[in-house]
Design a protein around this ligand. Structure first.
Ligand code: SF4
Length: 687
């Protein structure tokens, strides 16, 4: 069989893959040399995708409780229970919790059903945990959720600054591209991260800042730029609104020494960073979860964007702030409105937008206000306000903060539906109905990666058993709830065309998200679609999609950083391992990937280990005000003193300990609703 061009199942780099089915359920995987995201490169996770396409552990049939059911019976039950809840308690008594693993077409119909026909905006996504602070920061600064960069900017930059990103592990192919650019043209690399990760190994400078001090660092940098005469006054005058009193406020505590003290950095290192930034106008500042997963994530994003706006380092080759997305289709979810805080096609809930979408979808029921964001959504489930919940392609019983509360909430919810490709997850164990959804290698549709590039994901295999694509499952439920005419699609291309039409319909001429030239794309052209980026080179003309056409600098100040508490003396951070993905439902199937890290470790500085009487390999209890779990100790000087790191991947199904999800607090950023997974007060003791 010949190779099929598709995209990787995992991270937001969105690498192209050339997959050749090899026997029944096996595939030979290569990097797609033509794909502009990776030009043939792959990381370990993508390379071993072929090991994860077997039918081991798959959910192959609809299940009601533990009994196999027909599709008709299962879909009828889901439609009836949702309709009954809506009739008795109103549209806000039901909710969907979806995923950046869905394809754009799946996401579109889920959003249309909930916001357009059920009439609630209670659809949120696990992308809330990943990059919603970047979304909120973009909207505040640019007026629209626009990532202004593309990967080639990394190759055109003279300086790449990585903030809160272990790029070498979490976006490995981008790291390879950065390294190739460094070898070719001597690009400077600065890494800003409390941990000394693999990403720091070859960097020109690593700034191991105090967790949570990012705003102070960026404000200090901006104050330095102003003193050094680097503010682009002409660009500000033409294109950027600066709040009154901004510069005076910035000067407070933003001198080199104060910044170094707040960030717990050596002044000489900080000075070197400022000088590198000053010397290289072509700067890309790439940021990820270390910035977003904070209770001040949106301010941290805007602190970075402020520096780029003030110095005119935006809309130019190699000069941009760059939010890197975690999941393969978090960006597609943003485009369709898969977050509870947006309506559709990058629109918010302004009355004219609600009316516009109502006309387009032909429904009087469009939600008129934002819905519950992830943490609030599960609190509403716990409190009994949500009577029916549908979870698609994600495992919140492991991945949400305070995952123990999420489990209790699901156990008490009157009706829980899980559609997933995996039979048994910590979440599906609590479902009343399980629906077998297509997995990677069976799905057919589109995804959008971190640089706004839309690529096709194509099927290598026919769906096994009774498995169906998510879009089909959602539309069949919609039909049974009485909306068959509005959800009549024969194929993913039908949905994509409607999505493209809506993107034009919403466009008053200012928004950059517009894929309307695909509104009439033929089925053949959709099948053959080459990867492409929407939005061109955003802001190259100095115009921004705000009502005034001007960007906005946002006054942000450093929050007070709490001193360690006597009972909770350790600051705990969470993150990923190189070769695992999310809750390991897929990567856990690959023996080769398991070799990298076989168990979850708590990484601790040697002096902390000594003070706690811990040796390398000991078992230790990691406790926070939220919960506790057991990890094996790794003694390492890559951690700052007084800080610890644990990985997010392990679940009760794989291990009796290592449950990072039980540890973070449910505190969220007030602007984005993104949980603050980082900087949790903790204590660690020998078991
Ligand atoms: Fe897949 Fe990301 Fe690795 Fe590319 S970098 S192969 S998208 S996991």
């Amino acid at each position: 069989m010949s190779a099929i061009r598709t995209t990787c199942a995992y991270c937001g780099v969105g690498c192209g893959i050339s997959g050749t089915p090899n026997g029944e359920r096996d595939a030979e995987i290569m990097g797609d040399a033509e794909h502009p995201a990776n030009f043939g490169r792959l990381c370990s996770k993508g390379t071993h995708l072929g090991e994860t396409v077997s039918l081991e552990g798959r959910l192959l049939h609809p299940m009601i409780g533990n009994a196999r059911a027909s599709w008709d019976k299962a879909l009828g039950l889901v439609a009836r229970r949702f309709s009954e809840a809506i009739a008795r308690h109103g549209p806000d008594s039901v909710a969907f919790y979806v995923s950046g693993q869905l394809l754009t077409e799946d996401y579109y119909v889920a959003n249309k059903l909930m916001k357009g026909f059920i009439g609630s905006a209670n659809i949120d996504t696990n992308s809330r945990l990943c990059m919603s602070s970047a979304v909120a920061g973009h909207i505040r600064a640019f007026g629209e959720d626009i990532v202004p960069a593309q990967y080639e900017d990394l190759e055109q930059a003279d300086l790449v600054v990585l903030v809160g990103s272990n790029t070498a592990w979490c976006h490995p192919v981008l790291y390879q591209r950065i390294q190739a650019a460094r070898a070719a043209r001597g690009t400077k690399l600065v890494v800003i991260d409390p941990r000394r990760t693999e990403t720091c190994e070859d960097a020109d400078l690593h700034l191991p800042l105090r967790p949570g001090s990012d705003v102070a660092l960026m404000n200090g940098l901006l104050a330095h730029c102003r003193r050094a005469g680097l503010v682009d006054e002409a660009f500000l005058a033409a294109s950027v609104d600066v709040p009154e009193g901004f510069w005076d406020a910035l000067e407070q505590g933003s001198d080199l020494w104060s910044t170094a003290r707040t960030c717990d950095l050596a002044p000489a290192d900080l000075k070197r960073f400022f000088e590198l930034f000053a010397a290289h106008p072509r700067t890309v500042t790439l940021f990820s979860q270390g910035v977003n997963q904070s209770i001040r994530g949106t301010d941290q994003v805007n602190a970075i964007v402020n520096v780029h706006l003030a110095t005119g380092r935006i809309g130019k080759p190699g000069a941009v702030p760059f939010s890197i997305t975690g999941q393969p289709n978090a960006m597609g979810g943003r485009e369709v409105g898969g977050l509870a805080s947006t309506l559709a096609a990058h629109m918010d809930f302004l009355p004219e937008n609600v009316a516009r979408v109502a006309r387009f979808w032909g429904t009087p029921h469009v939600a008129a206000k934002p819905g519950l964001k992830a943490v609030d959504l599960f609190r509403a489930v716990r409190d009994g306000r949500i009577k029916a919940l549908w979870i698609m392609a994600t495992n919140p019983a492991v991945s949400m903060p305070d995952a123990g509360m999420v489990r209790e909430a699901l156990a008490a919810c009157p009706f829980v539906v899980v559609s997933d490709c995996i039979a048994d997850t910590d979440t599906s164990a609590l479902a009343h109905v399980r629906l077998p959804a297509a997995g990677w290698g069976e799905k057919d549709g589109t995804v959008t990666n971190s640089e706004r590039r839309i690529s096709r994901q194509r099927a290598l295999f026919a769906c096994p058993g009774d498995v169906r694509p998510d879009w089909w499952i959602i539309t069949e439920v919609a039909a049974r709830m009485g909306w068959k005419g509005a959800f009549h699609y024969a194929r993913p291309a039908d949905i994509y065309r409607e999505h493209a039409r809506l993107s034009t319909y919403q466009n008053g001429g200012t928004r950059l998200f517009d894929i309307g030239h695909h509104a009439a794309i033929g089925n053949g052209a959709y099948d053959a679609m080459e990867p492409w980026c929407w939005g061109g080179t955003p802001f190259a003309d100095g115009r921004f999609p705000t009502p005034s056409g001007r960007a906005r600098m946002i006054a942000v100040s450093q929050m007070e950083l709490q001193a360690p508490l006597p009972n909770w003396p350790i600051t705990l951070n969470t993150g990923r391992y190189r070769d695992q993905w999310h809750t390991m439902t897929r990567t856990g199937l690959s023996p080769k990937l398991a070799r990298h890290r076989q168990e979850p470790l708590v990484e601790l500085h040697p002096e902390d280990c000594a003070a706690l009487g811990l040796a390398d390999g000991d078992l230790a209890r990691v406790a926070t005000p939220q919960g506790e779990s057991v990890f094996r100790v790794e003694r390492t000087d890559t951690q700052r003193r007084g800080e610890a790191f644990v990985p997010i991947h392990w679940t009760d199904r794989q291990s009796t300990g290592g449950r990072a999800g039980l540890l973070p607090r449910t505190l969220v950023d007030p602007n984005s609703g993104q949980p603050g997974f980082k900087s949790t007060p903790a204590r660690i003791e020998k078991l």
